[in-house]
Design a protein around this ligand. Structure first.
Ligand code: C5P
Length: 224
């Protein structure tokens, strides 16, 4: 089977406060999305990287001039719908049920090819697939609407889910269709089918650039 990457980049990034979709915010001289795609295209085992844009996107060509990879304007109202649109596009371009798809957030622009290599090595022999993740170091609190602690959550078996998340095309498509727009990642949809994806440790640096202060941190890490 082959490996494809799918990058949902159809969000509006409301929480970033940037005023433009966060994947186009420049970090260390290049749009965030360019860093993300550079990391994925540096992985030889990945045949093609498909970028999923919103049908209303009017920035891609200008932000990534000369981009030679696959692009599809099939984004939807939720991340899950954007991924489903991308999976259908991969099928149109010849991908098969048994091919692997690595879904990776455009907003995780600090991705390093060696972490992707580790995920692929762990998942290729696996019956289910898996995801990059990081064990939680902080003590976890649940908060109420007044900003007060309502509970402390045992952190010992907790991981922060990252991307890429790697599953076979047929499985992840079936899983996301069953779960609908509620799925915030592929693994949760696969879990809902009763399967247990593999957790592959990466790095805290593989964080999702989300809040205004994240941009400066990403800049420091990418420049250094
Ligand atoms: O909103 P969130 O941070 O979970 O988005 C994660 C990724 O999913 C981002 O790369 C974003 O562009 C993408 N996304 C999408 N379509 C949506 C919402 C989010 O492709 N409707």
């Amino acid at each position: 089977p082959r490996c494809f990457a799918l990058v949902p980049a159809a969000g509006i990034g409301e929480r970033s406060g940037a005023g433009i979709p966060k994947q186009y915010v420049e970090i260390a001289g290049r749009p965030m999305l360019a860093h993300t795609l550079a990391a994925l295209t540096a992985v030889p085992r990945i045949e093609q990287v498909l970028v999923v844009l919103s049908p209303a996107d009017d920035r891609f060509e200008q932000a990534l001039p000369g981009h030679a990879g696959w692009v599809a304007r099939v984004g939807g109202a939720s991340r899950a719908e954007s991924v489903l649109g991308g999976l259908a596009e991969l099928r149109r371009r010849g991908a098969l049920d048994e091919d692997w798809v690595l879904v990776h957030d455009a907003a995780r622009c600090l991705l390093r090819p060696e972490w992707v290599d580790a995920l692929i090595a762990a998942c290729l022999p696996d019956a289910v697939g898996g995801l990059l993740a990081q064990p939680i170091a902080d003590t976890l609190k649940a908060g109420d609407a007044d900003g007060r602690v309502s509970a402390t959550i045992d952190r010992r078996d907790k991981w922060a889910a990252q991307t890429p998340q790697m599953f076979r095309l047929g499985l992840v498509e079936r899983a996301l269709q069953a779960m609908g727009a509620a799925a915030t990642d592929e693994a949760s949809a696969v879990e809902a089918l009763g399967l247990a994806p593999q957790l592959v440790r990466a790095s805290m640096a593989n964080f999702k650039v989300t809040w205004p202060e994240d941009f400066a941190l990403a800049e420091r890490l990418l420049a250094g």
